[in-house]
Design a protein around this ligand. Structure first.
Ligand SMILES: Nc1nc2c(ncn2[C@@H]2O[C@H](COP(=O)(O)OP(=O)(O)O)[C@@H](O)[C@H]2O)c(=O)[nH]1
Ligand SMILES: [Mg+2]
Length: 235
């Protein structure tokens, strides 16, 4: 039977980017693919744009009342797709701002056949980052080194947000007990999958900084990660 694929896309003020991304994804013609957009009531009207797209494409839209962080957006979206009657076999997560190249989706779907979790990695051979300044590169590199050393895991890119999950992994990780509000979600979920004994693989990706809209990255996100990585290890 043909596998079902859900692509989860969190959005906050992504009205220029979302239509371009959605069109590119459906142009791949991956059978059985559907998209779930989880928007935090973006002031720019991204939810309206998403609803418009749902008339043409297989796009579901989940709107939350206010900005509540990337981690909780993903948790809510994962719960929704896992509770559907027609559950997806694979769940892909990616940013809305075109930093993650949709053309790489088939690579993830190919790799997941022999893995339980596939991580898009900027820090293995063939991977990379385009249009980030020195400081942003440094922060990303240091966060990865810090998380890898504290947690003692062999993963090169723990903080990336382009990933593919086998449904069983997300069912096993207790989503109710996830503790991350922000980007720490990426580290926490991968670590929990490793702890549960799942096979985590990396494929190289090129991350390209957005052209439209603005990044929601901030110091609070770094602070959350700094503390929560330690707590994760101590648990
Ligand atoms: N629903 C929701 N999406 C968010 C939130 N914060 C960030 N995002 C989305 O998460 C993705 C990555 O965020 P971005 O600001 O591009 O982070 P950066 O790539 O690290 O600079 C984008 O699609 C954002 O719109 C949030 O609080 N709620
Ligand atoms: Mg971005």
């Amino acid at each position: 039977m043909q596998p079902k694929v859900a692509v989860v896309i969190p959005t906050y003020n992504e009205k220029e980017n979302l239509p371009v991304l959605v069109e590119k994804i459906f142009n791949l013609n991956v059978p059985g693919l559907e998209i779930l957009v989880v928007d935090d009531n973006s002031p720019d009207g991204t939810a309206m744009v998403a609803r418009e797209l749902s008339k043409k494409y297989s796009v579901q839209v989940m709107v939350r009342d206010q900005k509540r962080g990337l981690g909780t957006a993903y948790t809510a979206a994962f719960k929704l797709v896992l509770n559907q009657s027609d559950k997806p076999d694979f769940i892909i997560q990616m940013d809305a701002d075109l930093s993650h190249n949709p053309a790489e989706i088939p690579v993830f779907l190919n790799k997941i056949r022999n893995c339980d979790v596939v991580l898009g990695s900027r820090y293995i051979k063939g991977g990379g980052v385009v249009n980030w300044n020195f400081l942003r590169r440094l922060v990303s590199r240091l966060s990865n080194i810090y998380a890898r050393l504290v947690l003692g895991v062999p993963v090169r890119d723990l903080t990336g947000g382009f990933k593919c999950w086998r449904r069983e992994v997300l069912e096993k990780i207790d989503l109710e007990r996830l503790d991350s509000v922000g980007y720490n979600f990426q580290i926490e979920t991968t670590y929990k999958a490793l702890q549960a004994g799942f096979r985590v693989c990396e494929v190289p990706i090129i991350f390209t900084e957005r052209k439209f809209g603005s990044s929601k990255f901030n110091l609070g996100i770094i602070a959350e990660s700094f503390i929560k990585v330690l707590l994760l290890k101590l648990k």
